[in-house]
Design a protein around this ligand. Structure first.
Ligand code: HEC
Ligand code: HEC
Ligand code: HEC
Ligand code: HEC
Ligand code: HEC
Ligand code: HEC
Length: 434
């Protein structure tokens, strides 16, 4: 009777398990990275090139002067595309059938030649145009604005990955069990003597005895815990970068940036009082009685004209404005803007003191708001952040008689020319804490 080295095989199973686990999990984890890394393409550079050279005639998802370009990189042969983009007229003149067909189909509209674009440039552009269409952003009215760190898709995909990993792990355990059983049966069918002693060992004991398997499982659990824990920590505490979806997609970039509307037009109380305030919808209507749609140039690859126009309709619905009759219907719905910046109740912050008295720019604390399509919290708003600025910043004495008087005394006391906010008392607990 030959003795198949079955026990040996069995002891190799954990190794197989590890290999499975690693291949599956890395391929899943790598998916995200692969999606944007691709084969050495730079989507961001592609977007810039597209906006600079192509956007005048091409949109991603609808026809403009030229056809919609999303997915075009897959549609044609790459070499043909290089030739077309470098000089479509030359390609047409060469008698290329496809090029001529396109040209005819578009009423012989002539596409600009781009001889200066390298193949790498064009690969980047095509990587940009071939990105999947972004999901339309559905507004989520989040009344519990404070604290809720991340409202974006990030946490969802994390959960998915962890779920998938757990599922794979479970499948592997089942497979391992089945394989062991089958092997055992084959062995028995071949008349191999199966060591009975082994069978008697309880599973947990066998598990503990197999140090390798324990190690693998421990590593797996640690990785998962680390992943979940990290994600959790990232969303509590510091809300820097918090950019919730608002009930109406209101773009600071379009209003304060492109159309140069002064911050104080809408946040007028920032100069005069503690809070900056969010404008009432009547302020919006002072312009939007007349502006019911955006111009086509305002649309971007990410946000279409239809999307923006739909958002203005939401404003009309909220204030009860009937566009056709040009009158208010009286039916209004409150818009609950999600609060982004929020200090805890025990901390005192005053806008007018910083904006008017000290002359600090909004951007110093809020970042380049006029470039943000969606407002995001720029500064950490921690105590350390307040204190750091108070240590560094000198008191602005211009036009301020009150400070001029104490300044003289204090600068003598500290023996310095210029006083920082800290030396003025800006580090005293009671100044910021009730
Ligand atoms: C001046 C307008 C114009 C500009 C700028 C322009 N195109 Fe075009 N493009 C067209 C027109 C018009 C067509 C349709 C074919 C024709 O009439 O020549 C076209 C067709 C194409 C096609 C074939 C699309 C299809 O689905 O069949 C591709 C690819 C393309 N353009 C890429 C680009 C890229 C990339 C850029 C920027 C580097 C660019 N185009 C800039 C006008 C333009
Ligand atoms: C036409 C009106 C308008 C103008 C002009 C405007 N804003 Fe706003 N701002 C709003 C509205 C509405 C919101 C609430 C929706 C949102 O967060 O996007 C808001 C929100 C904000 C927030 C976040 C508030 C929070 O919840 O923490 C900041 C900060 C801000 N604006 C700063 C600025 C600055 C700085 C400027 C000038 C560069 C400016 N705004 C210009 C209307 C305006
Ligand atoms: C001083 C005039 C003015 C005020 C005040 C104003 N808007 Fe606008 N709004 C505009 C202009 C101009 C456009 C862009 C038109 C274009 O690009 O063709 C616009 C575009 C929009 C759009 C489409 C683009 C986007 O931002 O999503 C929405 C929605 C909108 N406004 C909402 C509001 C809301 C809400 C308020 C009040 C908080 C407001 N607007 C206040 C002038 C104004
Ligand atoms: C020195 C830093 C600083 C400057 C400068 C500053 N802000 Fe703020 N801003 C804050 C802080 C901190 C909060 C959170 C306040 C809170 O939760 O009590 C805030 C909150 C806001 C909010 C949310 C609503 C509110 O009133 O709490 C808006 C809107 C806003 N700022 C707009 C502006 C505008 C517009 C300017 C310029 C005119 C400006 N801020 C200048 C620090 C600053
Ligand atoms: C970008 C710099 C900057 C940041 C950030 C900043 N401050 Fe200030 N702060 C100033 C300046 C400048 C003054 C002086 C104003 C004046 O002349 O009265 C000041 C003054 C004050 C005062 C009055 C101090 C006194 O002695 O009268 C308080 C209170 C205060 N800040 C609270 C805060 C809090 C709370 C935060 C954080 C949430 C903060 N500040 C963040 C620049 C800053
Ligand atoms: C310039 C303003 C300012 C001064 C001065 C200041 N604090 Fe704070 N403090 C804050 C702000 C803003 C927060 C909220 C920070 C946050 O939410 O992360 C805070 C938070 C705290 C907290 C809660 C724990 C934490 O870090 O979140 C404690 C405790 C505290 N401060 C104690 C003090 C004491 C004691 C002093 C005097 C030595 C002092 N603070 C001076 C602005 C200030």
């Amino acid at each position: 009777m030959k003795k198949v080295n079955f026990i040996h095989l069995r002891s190799k199973l954990p190794l197989l398990l590890l290999v499975f686990l690693l291949t599956f999990s890395t391929s899943i984890l790598a998916q995200d990275a692969a999606a944007d890394a691709g084969a050495n393409v730079d989507i961001a550079a592609g977007e810039t090139l597209f906006k600079a050279n192509c956007a005048a005639c091409h949109k991603l998802d609808r026809n403009a002067v030229g056809p919609a370009l999303r997915g075009v990189g897959e549609k044609y042969d790459r070499d043909w595309l290089y030739k077309w983009i470098n000089n479509s007229q030359a390609l047409i003149a060469s008698g290329d059938a496809l090029a001529n067909k396109l040209f005819e189909e578009h009423n012989k509209a002539i596409m600009t030649a781009f001889p200066a674009l390298s193949e790498a440039d064009m690969d980047n552009i095509l990587a940009y145009t071939d990105q999947p269409k972004p999901e339309p952003k559905t507004p989520v009215v989040d009344t519990a604005a404070a604290g809720a760190g991340s409202g974006d898709g990030g946490s969802v995909s994390n959960t998915l990955i962890i779920g998938a990993l757990a599922l794979i792990f479970l499948l592997l355990v089942i497979m391992l069990y089945l394989v062991t059983n089958t092997l055992k049966r084959i062995a028995e069918a071949n008349g191999v003597v199966y060591e009975k002693k082994e069978k008697g060992t309880p599973i947990w004991k066998a598990f503990i005895q197999n140090q390798f398997l324990v190690l693998v499982v421990a590593i797996f659990l640690l990785l998962t815990a680390g992943y979940v824990g990290y994600g959790y920590l990232m969303q509590v505490g510091v809300d820097q970068g918090y950019a919730p979806v608002q009930p109406i997609h209101y773009s600071h970039k379009i209003h304060a940036g492109d159309n140069q509307i002064d911050c104080n037009f809408c946040h007028s109380s920032a100069r005069k009082s503690k809070t900056a305030g969010i404008p009432s919808l009547n302020v919006c209507m002072s312009c939007h009685k007349n502006i019911s749609e955006v111009s086509p140039e305002t649309a971007t690859a990410e946000y279409s004209k239809e999307f923006y126009d739909g958002e203005i309709q939401k404003l009309y619905k909220a204030v009860g404005w009937d566009m056709e009759k040009q009158e208010y219907t009286g039916k209004t719905e409150p818009v609950k803007w999600v609060r982004i910046h929020n200090l805890p109740d025990f901390a005192y912050f005053n806008h007018s003191q910083h904006v008017t008295v000290a002359g600090v720019d909004c951007q110093k604390c809020h970042g380049e708001i006029q470039e943000m399509e969606i407002v995001e919290q720029f500064a950490p708003l921690t105590m350390g952040w307040c204190i750091d600025c108070h240590r560094e910043t000198n008191v602005n004495l211009a036009n301020n008689d009150y400070y001029a008087k104490i300044h003289e005394e204090l600068s003598k006391k500290y023996g310095v020319e210029k006083l920082t906010i800290a030396e003025m008392g800006g580090l005293e607990c009671a100044k910021c804490h009730y």
